[in-house]
Every structure is written in C-alpha cells, then in structure tokens.
Design a protein around this ligand. Structure first.
Ligand code: AMP
Length: 476
C-alpha cells in the first residue's frame, strides 16, 4: 500500500515525501479511503499510530478538490482535541501536510489572549483546531461561525469525555450542521464513546488497527522496584547512563513535577516541567527546548503530555505510576512511535503495587522487573489482590484542557493562529540501547491471572547507595 494508491492529491504526496513518510501506517491505510468516500468514521487508534495524518490527509485532499473561494472563507472543518498541546500539534501537522496547498488553518485554545484568535477567525479560515472550552467562549461571543462546517473531527474523544467535556461537545455539535461528516478517533471504544457515536454520527464505519488498550509492540517495558524515597536518586542514576538522551519523565502531580525538576537541575541535569499550572508560554518553551535538545529531560503530568509529539523518543520513564492504568498506555505512546523502538521504564515503590497490578491486567503483557543494585526496595512489590495503592485515590483535578468546560488555566501569550513554529527541532538523538546499567532481570510480572509474580526480596534489606552499576538478581 502506498500513499499514491490512496489517490491523494499530488501536492499532499509531495509534502509526505518531504516529511519522510514512505507508506501509510495501518490506521491511515484503513481510514483514509473511508473518509475520502464520505463516510462517518469511528477509528480506534492510540497516539503514535499516525492517527493525525489519518484524518488530516483526506480532509486536506477534500478541501483541495473544492474550487477556491475568494474573500472571507467559512470554516469548513472543525477538529476538536482535549488539550492545547494536541491542538497545536494537530495544526502543525496540518501545516506540514498542506504546505503545498492554499488551505488555511488556525488553532484555538485557552490560556492565551483572544486577540490573535479573533483576528484569524475574522479573516476566515478553512480549518479550525480547537479545545472545547475556548471554542465555547468564542461561540458565546459570536466570534466563530460554525454553520458551514462540513467535517467534524473528534480527536481523542475518550479523553475529552474523561475530562468532562461532554456538555461542551454537545453544545458545539448542536452548532454545526446536522448534514456533515463526523470522524471520531479514540484509543478505546468504551460504552460512552459508542453512545456518543450513536447520538451524533450517521452509520459510521469502524476501523481498528490496534486492539483497545494495547501498546505498540516495539516498546519494551521494564519495572524497577525501588523505595519511594530513593526514586530521585535512581532516576539520576538511570539518566546518567546516557546523559545526552532525551527522556520524558512522568510525574503524577504538578507539584511533584516541579520538585523533581528542581532536584534534577541542582544535580546538573537540564530539565523543565510541563503541566497545567504553567503558563502557555512556559509550556511552549519547555517543549521547544526539549525538541531542540536544550534540555534533555522533560517532566510532564499526564494531561500536559497529551499531544506531545517528538520523533523517536527512545525512552519514557514513569517516575510515579499513574492512578489510572489507561494513562500508562497514553504515557508510553510517546515512545516506540510509528514503528521505532522504545523503552518504557517505571520506578515502582511498594505503595504503588496496586497500580502496577492494574496496569498488568490492562495490558495483558509481560512487564519485566529488574532490580538495580544499590536501589533494591526495602519492601517488595505486592501483586496480589490486596496490593497497596497510594493514598491519593482520586485522579488529580484535570488540568490543561479545562476539566468540564471553560477552564483553560494558565496565562500569557503562546503560539497562535498560523504562526510558523518549527517542527521537531533537533530532538531525540539518543540511543535507546546506550550504556544501560548492568542488571539482571528477575522474571516478568505476568498478566492478569498469574498473580504474585512480583519480587519477594523484601525484608528490611538496606541498600548500599550508589553501589555502582552492578545489579543484583532478584530473588523472585
Ligand atoms: P500521531 O499518532 O498522529 O501522533 O503520529 C505519530 C508520529 O508518527 C508523528 O511523529 C507522525 O509525524 C509520524 N507519522 C505519521 N504517519 C506516518 C507515516 N506514514 N510514516 C512515518 N511517520 C508517520
């Protein structure tokens, strides 16, 4: 299968070849013909599968086939995303793919002034990429006219529902024409997604190239059991294996992310945090510094990380496990993208055993457990039904996209409208295999059903700190 055989416009083919895309990914091969044929589409696709191009390419193709209209153009396509970062990323992709076409797009999200957005909307654009909260603000101000929208895309629909955007979505959908094409992309087809589709789509075709809640097979998973108090040192130890390697580190909380960045900076690691309490400027800067290699470690919370797209990120480290197992899938979607190799490393303390158990059950895949010498936990991980969980049982309040509607948080100016933003700076140049510590695996945490595969090396064994790279076999 080639892009040519999908019948895409020559200007798109040129842009794709310039972007180095050789052939469609499975979701693209499955979705593009359906969209070109005008059907509504429900696509199960996780981040990293090439889903953005799966809807952007046929969308651009269709727009390119329409006669050029002079003067102010009505909004022809509306793409809704859960977060600002994803919105910005989608628009960046649209610009890349459409760079040889005369199709305009703009991005609309909160946390920044309305000025540029109003200006772009007044001028007229073909495609709007928006987060629901800020779009509703524009609807209330009557600064956006959605009455000519032909194609509506709900990107990461599961996430939008998860973030409480259902009421906002309903209002937006009511403002676009009933006669339209609707494309829904979601990591899973959970019952709420099916309900959404039933309510708002016409006879949708379903495509699914990755079973729900599975992860790319190019990712290797590794768990390092460690006491919570020693996680920071272990992280430093792992980072030191290849100090030039771009690493995305996940923290469960915003406060934790900030603390970790301070610790890393004091330890000589160039790092920045990206989370919902940061201004849009700070988030944009952190991401571009990471992409350009000015910083090597980006510490992110779950929501802020949505939409982060860095080519071939070799490793993602979970400093904390997420409270909700599905977030593990989203986190590690940042590595092993589009067929490249990736490594997902999780630092797991005894208190997080229950979360690890959830992840294993969700993934139904092996998670290799490896003790690092000098950092072995004083209490073993428990993977039975009574496994402990961190006290904070609730998900942290949703940030970034604006849980439940308008909240977009942050302030400051950020990139807006059709700015030029360079894509994929220098970025991930590291080597996934580079200089790993010598360690010995001690078996696998096996999927649901085979409980108790965790290490039983507990007791009050004290570690020798910074005991060199040699690893101890786990006595599982
Ligand atoms: P997405 O799932 O849309 O976030 O895309 C994941 C990554 O795959 C992005 O970096 C895209 O630029 C890249 N990508 C998308 N389609 C292709 C393709 N056909 N060939 C190579 N890379 C691709």
């Amino acid at each position: 299968m080639s892009f040519e055989s999908l019948g895409l416009a020559p200007a798109l083919l040129r842009a794709l070849s310039e972007a180095g895309y050789e052939k469609p990914t499975p979701i693209q091969a499955a979705a593009i013909p359906v969209v070109l044929a005008g059907h509504d589409l429900m696509a199960a696709a996780q981040t990293g599968t090439g889903k953005t191009a799966a809807f952007s390419l046929p969308l651009l193709h269709k727009l390119a086939s329409q006669p050029l209209r002079e003067g102010r153009r009505p909004i022809n396509a509306l793409i809704l995303t859960p977060t600002r970062e994803l919105a910005a990323q989608v628009q960046e992709n649209l610009r890349d793919y459409g760079k040889h076409l005369r199709i305009s797009s703009t991005v609309i999200f909160g946390g920044v002034g309305m000025g540029n957005q109003l200006h772009a909307l007044r001028r007229g654009v073909d495609i709007v990429v928006a987060t629901p909260g800020r779009l509703i603000d524009h609807m209330q101000q009557r600064s956006v006219d959605l009455s000519k929208v032909d194609v509506l895309v709900l990107d990461e629909a599961d996430r939008m529902l998860d973030m409480g955007f259902l009421p906002a979505l309903k209002r937006i959908i009511a403002a676009v024409p009933a006669k339209r094409q609707t494309l829904l992309f979601s990591a899973t087809f959970a019952p709420e997604i099916k309900a959404l589709a039933q309510q708002f789509m016409r006879d949708p075709r379903e495509v699914s190239t990755t079973p729900a809640n599975t992860v790319a097979t190019t990712i290797t998973h590794r768990v390092h059991p460690v006491d919570a108090a020693n996680k920071r040192d272990l992280l430093l130890h792992l980072l030191a294996q290849d100090s030039r390697r771009q690493t995305l580190v996940f923290s469960r909380t915003k406060h934790g992310a900030d603390k970790l960045v301070r610790f890393l900076e004091v330890s000589g690691v160039r790092a920045a945090a990206i989370h919902g309490n940061k201004s849009q400027n700070a988030r944009t800067r952190a991401l571009s510094d990471f992409k350009s290699g000015r910083i090597t470690v980006l510490v992110a919370t779950d929501i802020a990380a949505r939409g982060i797209d860095i080519d071939q990120l070799p490793v993602v480290i979970n400093f904390d496990l997420p409270m909700v197992a599905e977030d593990y899938v989203h986190r590690i979607g940042r590595t092993g993208r589009a067929g490249s190799q990736g490594q997902a490393i999780s630092l797991v303390s005894h208190e997080e055993s229950g979360l690890l158990r959830d992840i294993r059950r969700l993934l139904k895949t092996d998670l290799e457990m490896v003790d690092i010498a000098g950092y072995e936990p004083s209490s073993p991980l428990r993977l039975d039904a009574g496994a402990p969980r961190p006290k904070q049982q609730q998900r942290q309040p949703r940030e970034g996209g604006g849980g439940g509607g308008n909240r977009q948080g942050g302030n400051g100016g950020g990139r807006q409208g059709s700015g030029t933003g360079s894509r994929q700076g220098g970025g991930a140049s590291g080597n996934a295999q580079g200089g790993r510590p010598a360690h010995r695996a001690h078996g696998h945490a096996t999927p649901a059903g085979a409980e108790g595969a965790g290490s039983r090396n507990g007791g009050n064994r004290r570690r020798k700190r910074r005991g060199g790279p040699a690893a101890t076999p786990n006595k599982a």
